[in-house]
Design a protein. Structure first.
Length: 389
């Protein structure tokens, strides 16, 4: 078998070749298909970024119009899926529901992914996951489901499906639409992170797109990965509402005997400021100012950051705030409930997962993913009859 190299957490293992996303963790650089994240966040839309990640180039006018038509055409979900939803226990976490629903899409829409259907499958998935997320929110509250509208953009439709009600019509605010679009763009891809690696690994066994993405959603759920955005807000709420002190939180994060970590801090690749954090942090300020909202959690987050980045422990370990440290403030402002934060991350990451799945399927050097191990168990020993144990 030869010598097997152990690399815990795959920290130094390149699992694939990829032309999608470039990251430089030392310099804090992130680019999708060569375009800096800062430029995309400022000038692009989530729909366009999704197209770019999946197809490799920015779309022409004709291409983006066609993509929009496809997104609109596939925005409804099968009515039978509603009964499927309705039977989940009320307290179910939305990530568990989403992962199951996406897996079930394969049964409701049994397409074979081939050349002709590829774009339709992609549009169907991107459009339906958004509809499913809003639908699950409405059903969890016992409210009437709001259907997608052809005249609204991708982000507008999501907000309308989430917050419109017959008694209180939802007024679409362009600042909120923009904030949502930027949030989604910033989450759209991040090379071989835990959930994307899960999508590729599952897909490498030649599993269909829906099932592979369902695995990605499950991987994203954990609080060391996508679930950190929910964990950050819960941590900040503990400080504001239960009076937990900031210095105690910092001390706990530094105490090796305490499993607690400062949520929203640290990153496997970034050893400097996460470039997405800069964008989302300044968006928190502009959005709250435009909407004339004061969120005490933002003040606490900034105070925490200030203390942490000047603390020797955080400096030595190169721990800086990651995107999840501030993204929850934006989501709260939009009106998204805390237990849906990671679902929002999943909606954003979807184009990245799809692009990476497609790239792996088209890879001429494709191989089933199958890591090895260093065996640490017993050498051969003889079976012991139960009476002798
Ligand atoms: N608070 C306190 N100590 C930390 C933290 C933290 N947030 N993050 C890392 N450390 C320490 C860690 O204990 C370790 O110390 P030592 O070497 O003495 O044992 C050292 O820093 C290196 O950490 P690591 O765990 O070896 O590094 P990693 O690359 O495996 O961890 C991480 C990356 C994101 C899992 C980790 O930083 C963490 O748990 N952060 C908090 C959760 C979080 O914010 N996750 C979101 C990540 S960004 C969005 C996404 O991609 O999902």
């Amino acid at each position: 078998t030869g010598l097997i190299t152990l690399d815990p957490g795959f920290a130094n293992t390149g699992s694939c070749k990829s032309a999608i996303t470039f990251m430089d963790g030392e310099k804090g650089i992130l680019r999708y298909r060569g375009y800096p994240i800062e430029q995309l966040a400022e000038h692009s839309s989530f729909r366009e970024v999704a197209y770019l990640l999946i197809n490799g180039e920015l779309p022409s006018k004709k291409e983006i119009t066609r993509f929009s038509v496809l997104l609109n055409d596939h925005s409804l979900v099968h009515e039978d899926m509603r009964t499927f939803f309705a039977n989940f226990p009320r307290a179910s976490h939305p990530m568990g529901i989403l992962s199951s629903m996406v897996n079930a899409l394969k049964s409701f829409y049994p397409y074979i992914e081939g050349e002709k259907e590829a774009n339709i499958t992609v549009a169907r998935l991107i459009s339906k996951v958004r509809t499913l997320a809003a639908m699950s929110y409405k059903i969890s509250r016992g409210h009437t489901v709001v259907y997608p509208r052809q005249d609204l953009s991708y982000c507008e439709n999501f907000l309308n499906m989430m917050f419109h009600s017959p008694v209180r019509p939802y007024k679409i605010d362009p600042d909120i639409v923009q904030a949502l679009s930027v949030f989604l763009i910033l989450h759209a891809d991040h090379e071989q992170n835990c959930s994307t690696s899960a999508v590729r690994l599952v897909g490498s066994g030649k599993v269909n797109l829906y099932a592979s993405i369902s695995a990605g959603i499950a991987a994203l759920w954990g609080h060391l990965h996508g679930g950190a955005n929910q964990a950050v807000i819960e941590m900040l709420e503990n400080i504001v509402e239960r009076g937990e002190s900031i210095s105690r939180i910092i001390e706990r994060a530094k105490d090796k005997k305490d499993p607690f970590r400062l949520m929203g801090f640290g990153h496997r690749v970034y050893k400097t400021y996460d470039p997405r954090t800069k964008i989302i942090k300044s968006m928190c300020d502009t959005l709250l100012e435009k909407l004339h909202i004061h969120d005490p959690l933002l003040d606490i987050a900034k105070e925490l950051e200030e203390i942490a980045v000047n603390d020797d422990y955080f400096i030595e370990n190169k721990l800086y705030p990651n995107i999840d440290f501030y993204s929850g403030i934006v989501l709260r402002t939009i009106g998204i409930p805390t237990n849906m934060f990671t679902v929002m991350f999943a909606i954003g990451r979807l184009p990245g997962w799809i692009a990476q799945w497609k790239e792996s399927m088209d890879d001429p050097e494709w191989k089933l993913n199958r890591p090895r191990q260093i065996y640490t168990g017993y050498q051969e020993r003889n079976y012991i009859p139960i009476e002798e144990r």
